[in-house]
Design a binder for this molecule. Sequence first.
Ligand SMILES: Nc1ncnc2c1ncn2[C@@H]1O[C@H](COP(=O)(O)OP(=O)(O)OP(=O)(O)O)[C@@H](O)[C@H]1O
Length: 300
Amino acid sequence: MKTIVEVNNLTKFYGKNKVLSNVTLKIQEKEIVGLIGPNGAGKSTLMKCLTSLVFFQEGEIKICGYDIQKQREHALSVQSSLIEMPGMYPSMSGAANLTYFAKLGGCSEEQYQFVKEFTGLGDALKKKTKEYSLGMKQRLGLGIALLSEPKFLILDEPMNGLDPDGVISLRESLKYLVEEKKMSILISSHQLGEIEKMASRVIFLNHGEVVDYNEALVQKKFYILESKQIDALIQTLVNREISCQYQKIGEYQILLETSGLNVLQKVLVEAEKQGIEISDIYKKTANIEDIYRQIFKGEA
Ligand SMILES: Nc1ncnc2c1ncn2[C@@H]1O[C@H](COP(=O)(O)OP(=O)(O)OP(=O)(O)O)[C@@H](O)[C@H]1O
């Protein structure tokens, strides 16, 4: 496996406010890594450090082996990003924007043609970009980012404002870039379901720190228990001191997190003793949303 991004003990302050604390992570070739965390967790700041848009005080960042502070030009030459609104000239057409940025970056004719096709904008490339919808701007913005044939792509909330078709098309585009162009992608989003579909791995940030969720959470078993006597069931869990995490997720349902079947059995035995009828049980493996809930309890 080839490491494309290496971040070691990155610490960033805005004034006296520490917004990133000892962030350490790696991204390998052909990985799509999701960056998840509540508002203000530091996702955009981390991305801005990776693209050298902001200065950081401690630690190091290497992109394809190039140090972002000591070999800034090289480190920037192998990456592209789409952070906040894609930059483009509003009174120029999409095609003119592409041509302009292609010339600026010395893009090959082959790559230019690939990007033109890849945007999927077709005839709309002739329109001025001030007439573009948000989705069209995102497509063009991604196209512009790809002109330099980056090894590493950073996307900050690229799904914002996209309709379902736009989201599906973005997902397919990213998978293509990883599979066919061997790129690595870091993508932040609050759309956990989408991240789950497109990312091969997820990094959680909380208060500027990478959360070590140890992926063990993914192996935990979750059961949804349905009962009309849900409050009595919860009371039983408390009274009998059954060691498990649970959460009421509906009028008649609790989500039970256990480390094994024996805990579920204990719960069922106790419920039966108390005359509590469990009407249904569903088994569930942890998904990103479950893990998010575990990590950010009450903060989401
Ligand atoms: N230019 C700035 N000057 C001072 N503080 C800033 C600046 N930019 C961000 N911050 C602070 O840094 C912290 C992290 O912000 P950041 O935008 O990185 O979070 P985020 O995880 O991207 O949030 P969101 O999900 O809302 O986009 C916040 O406390 C924010 O107020």
